[in-house]
Design a protein around this ligand. Sequence first.
Ligand SMILES: Nc1ncnc2c1ncn2[C@@H]1O[C@H](COP(=O)(O)OP(=O)(O)OP(=O)(O)O)[C@@H](O)[C@H]1O
Ligand SMILES: [Mg+2]
Length: 182
Amino acid sequence: MKELSLHILDIMQNSIVAGATLVELDLAEDREEDVLTFSITDNGCGMSTEMVETVVNPFTTSRTTRKVGLGIPLLKAAAEQTGGGITLSSKLGEGTVITASFGYSHIDRQPLGNMAETMLGLITSYESVDFVYRHRVDTEEYALDTREMRQMLGEVSFAEPQVMLWLSEFLKENEAALYLVK
Ligand SMILES: Nc1ncnc2c1ncn2[C@@H]1O[C@H](COP(=O)(O)OP(=O)(O)OP(=O)(O)O)[C@@H](O)[C@H]1O
Ligand SMILES: [Mg+2]
């Protein structure tokens, strides 16, 4: 994967496949401390301790009975190549938290990519899932919570053209504003 937003999309899709009704993404860029971190928290089906081990280190397990995916190992590799890493904590029946940290200015850190498009796509594609998204760059930050937006929208769908357009502009403007200071 070439951009962090694609990793984020993959990890959030894991949450959705796991049956989550609420997926939270916290993204923080601390340029002074030279670190970029994000955490994705869901209330999906969760994983057993054994599953967590296997998922993080698919090639070190002797198990061959289950096909394991590559989303989490690829994220791990992308983080580790910048001096960072991931943590995965999960509880069956409760949910999962995955965090990833990256060396901000490391030459191998992938660019963040388009977070406005990533969030717009998720929100409009998975109407039965709620999303909380926070993005901070140093001291600037903004947040959105689809549960609050739904209250304003009533029965109107996020996929309605006017709603999508509004949401798209909201995301684009707020993302851009994060980088205006300094
Ligand atoms: N948030 C989650 N909640 C519950 N189980 C999860 C979660 N994230 C991952 N898993 C489990 O870990 C497995 C591995 O996830 P991973 O993203 O590495 O691969 P994948 O989604 O199976 O395939 P892909 O390579 O397409 O991403 C998943 O198939 C799923 O069983
Ligand atoms: Mg996946």
